[in-house]
Design a protein around this ligand. Structure first.
Ligand code: MN
Ligand code: MN
Length: 466
């Protein structure tokens, strides 16, 4: 009897797939390394509240590590490091490999834009002696989550004379913050009957920015005047300058550890800076790779990737073509031989909302970096669906490098769905698969990830580009 059980146990060990908490498979050194990496990532996240700021931080890190601006036609050899900043909103960087470029490049593609509120082009008004900004939300948000929380204002204003000023208010100690007001529960009887998507409506996402008049003259719109006066003193701008501005409203709070065990990080914009930073670090930390390693940090993913800084644009293709030409090769031959990890987050299982997940196939916090074979909705519509062969390649690589990883599908069939930039890169004839960090509260002002998963994502990208 006893012999029979142990034979079954042995067969189980050999044949069953194992899914368990990654901590059981990590050494003390690895756990310490994960904590250290989390600190560096948290600092990056706090400095990168918008796509422009993330792009600036990325450029800083690249320059510090010897990357130089790419010039088409420049002479390149193995170990050379180059980057191209696309309009201050997207970043391309590469480390030249020892293999001929016609053997293909290894691309990690993440996005650095996150859901937020944008100011409208004519945003400022006064209503009953309060000054407010009109907004238009960007990306998929639950609008009610943006009421009654501290918000900060970031972006750029291009003035009439063509000069521009950077704006960042609400991040530094002692800075004022802003707020979208919500109704008190005492008077919300009717509001609470609205469907959740309309608890705060799009045109109710108005940002409170002031309440004092310019001076004692009882002039109308004096509170608005006072705000314009302050903005003029600080930035030299007038009301018309909002027309050529991109001002973004994001949560004002800092990213921080979550849990008594400090195992998680909470913050705004994990999606997708939690993949962008590990991808960037993997590139910066790699020694001379075999295949040329490329990282692209894209904008506009949250609105469908259109526009010249989004990945439906040609700038990634142009960059690869320009790199190819430096070696006398054809860009399309390089692309056809290339591989890509589309580095984006996936939904983590939430025990409070188990119904939307199919628990045999969803991602769990702390089970490691998540490999997503396909995304899409309603019968995989919109997915690029990685081939079994390419999943096999990635799987072997992760196992060989002892990266803790899991597979994850975005929710139950027909529960909803979503997409990433994977399809746009796969459409360039590149073998592509989604790989990234599982997230709780995705797209909320405060998203949660596990430090273990973030570190394993860095390890996965490192294994891929090395
Ligand atoms: Mn994303
Ligand atoms: Mn997203």
């Amino acid at each position: 009897m006893e012999e029979k059980i142990s034979a079954a146990k042995e067969r189980k060990e050999a044949l069953f797939a194992r899914h368990k908490h990654g901590a059981y498979r990590m050494s003390a050194e690895e756990k310490a390394a994960a904590q250290d990496f989390a600190k560096e990532y948290t600092a990056f996240l706090n400095a990168s509240k918008t796509e422009r700021e993330a792009c600036m931080e990325a450029e800083k890190l690249l320059k510090e590590n010897g990357f130089v601006p790419f010039v088409p036609g420049m002479e390149l050899k193995a170990g050379d490091k180059v980057y191209r900043n696309n309009r201050g909103k997207a970043m391309l960087a590469a480390v030249i490999g020892t293999e001929p470029i016609t053997e293909g490049v290894r691309i990690c593609a993440a996005h650095i834009d996150s859901p937020r509120l944008d100011l409208k082009q004519n945003p400022l008004y006064e209503d009953h002696e309060l000054a407010l900004f009109k907004t238009h939300y960007y990306g998929g948000i639950k609008k009610y989550q943006w009421g009654a929380i501290p918000l900060s204002l970031h972006g750029v204003v291009v003035k009439a004379d063509g000069t521009s000023v950077q704006v960042s208010i609400g991040e530094d100690e002692g800075d004022p913050v802003f707020c979208v007001t919500d109704l008190l529960p005492h008077l919300a009887t009717e509001q609470m009957k609205r469907p959740a998507g309309a608890i705060i409506r799009g045109e109710e996402l108005n940002l409170l920015i002031g309440s004092m008049p310019f001076n004692e003259d009882e002039e109308s719109e004096s509170v608005k005047l006072n705000i314009l006066h302050i903005l003029n003193e600080k930035y030299g701008m007038t009301e018309s300058d909002f027309l050529s501005a991109e001002l973004e409203i994001v949560p004002a709070f800092r990213a921080c550890d979550v849990g008594l065990d400090r195992s998680m990080i909470g913050g705004y914009g994990h999606d997708d800076r939690v993949c962008a930073y590990p991808a960037l670090r993997a590139l910066v930390d790699c020694k001379t790779p075999a295949h040329t390693a490329v990282v692209v940090l894209a904008d506009k993913e949250e609105t469908g990737s259109d526009g010249n800084t989004g990945l439906c644009s040609s700038y990634l293709r142009y960059f690869i073509c320009d790199l190819a030409e430096c070696f006398g090769a054809k860009g399309r031959h390089v692309l056809s031989a290339s591989q890509c990890l589309s580095a984006d987050v996936n939904a983590a299982f939430d025990p409070t909302f188990p119904d939307v997940m199919e628990q045999k196939n969803c991602a769990f916090l702390n089970h490691g970096v998540c490999v997503t074979k396909f995304t899409g909705a309603r019968g995989k519509s919109g997915t690029s669906d990685a081939s079994a062969e390419f999943v096999g390649v990635v799987r072997r690589l992760l196992d060989e490098k002892k990266v803790i990883w899991q597979t994850g599908e975005l929710g139950k069939v027909d529960a909803g769905g979503g997409g990433t930039v994977a399809a746009y890169i796969a459409n360039l004839d590149v073998d592509t698969i989604d790989v990234g960090v599982p997230v709780l509260c995705m797209h909320a002002p405060f998203e949660i990830v596990s430090k273990l998963d973030v570190y394993m994502t860095y390890r996965a990208f490192s294994a891929f580009v090395e």
